[in-house]
Design a protein around this ligand. Structure first.
Ligand code: SF4
Length: 212
C-alpha cells in the first residue's frame, strides 16, 4: 500500500520533472531504487566510459556496482593506489561519456545546488562529459532555491564531513560555522539553474530517501 510520504514524493516528483524540463534538463521520476537503476542503465549506452565523484545516491541504487560489473568502461578513483593516480582519474572523468553525480539540494522550481571540496564533481557537472546523470532522492527537494542552498550548507555539508572528519568546526559540533579552515570542504557552492545543450544533464529523481 502506498504510504503518505510516497504519495507526497510522487506529487512533488511530477511537479519537479516538469520544472526541470522547462529549464532544458531531461528528467524522470522513479518511485523506487529498483526502477531508478533500470532507468539509469537504459540511459547509459553499452561500452560508454562512465565516471563519478561523490555519488552516494548512485551507489545506493546499485548503479556504481552495475557500471563496474557491466559492459562499460568505469573510471573508478577509489581503485587508485596513490593520490596522484586518484587525481589522474578525477581528471579523466572530465572526458568521460557519462558522469554520475548527486545533488546536495534541489528546489521545486528545478534548480540544483552542489557543494564541493576539491571541485572535480561540480567541474564535471558544469563542463566536459557528454552526459551528466544526476541521481537524487526526493528528500533533497526544498520549496525554493534559498531553502535548497540552506539544506546544502547546513545539512548535506556537515553530514558529509562526518565521513572525512577533517579539522573543521562541523566535525566537532555537527553544525556549519561558515568556516575558513584550510581543510574546509565547502570551497565551491554551485547553482545549476539551466541546461545547455538541452538534455546534457539528466535527472533521475527517486521517491525514497537517498544520500546526504
Ligand atoms: S563548518 Fe566549514 S567545512 Fe563545515 S559545513 Fe561549514 S563551511 Fe563546510
Amino acid at each position: 500500500m502506498i504510504t503518505p510520504i510516497q504519495r507526497y514524493y510522487d506529487k512533488r516528483g511530477e511537479v519537479l520533472v516538469k520544472n526541470l524540463q522547462s529549464r532544458h534538463f531531461d528528467a524522470y521520476y522513479c518511485q523506487t531504487k529498483e526502477e531508478a537503476l533500470a532507468k539509469a542503465l537504459e540511459l547509459i549506452p553499452q561500452g560508454a566510459s562512465v565516471g563519478w565523484g561523490g555519488a552516494m545516491s548512485a551507489e545506493q541504487i546499485g548503479l556504481i556496482d552495475a557500471v563496474k560489473n557491466g559492459d562499460f568502461k568505469a573510471i573508478d578513483r577509489s581503485a587508485a593506489k596513490t593520490q596522484q593516480e586518484r587525481t589522474e582519474l578525477e581528471k579523466a572523468c572530465m572526458f568521460c561519456d557519462v558522469f554520475l553525480t548527486g545533488a546536495n539540494g534541489l528546489s521545486l522550481d528545478g534548480q540544483m545546488v552542489n557543494i564541493d571540496g576539491t571541485g572535480n564533481r561540480v567541474a564535471a557537472t558544469i563542463y566536459g562529459p557528454e552526459k551528466v546523470l544526476v541521481i537524487a532522492g526526493m528528500n533533497k527537494v526544498e520549496d525554493d532555491l534559498e531553502a535548497a542552498v540552506r539544506r546544502a550548507r547546513t545539512v548535506a555539508a556537515p553530514m558529509n564531513q562526518q565521513r572525512f572528519m577533517k579539522k573543521n568546526p562541523c566535525s566537532v559540533t555537527g553544525s556549519c560555522a561558515d568556516c575558513k579552515s584550510e581543510s574546509c570542504i565547502c570551497n565551491q557552492i554551485v547553482i545549476t539553474r539551466h541546461c545547455r545543450p538541452t538534455g546534457r544533464i539528466v535527472f533521475i529523481l527517486v521517491g525514497e530517501t537517498l544520500g546526504l
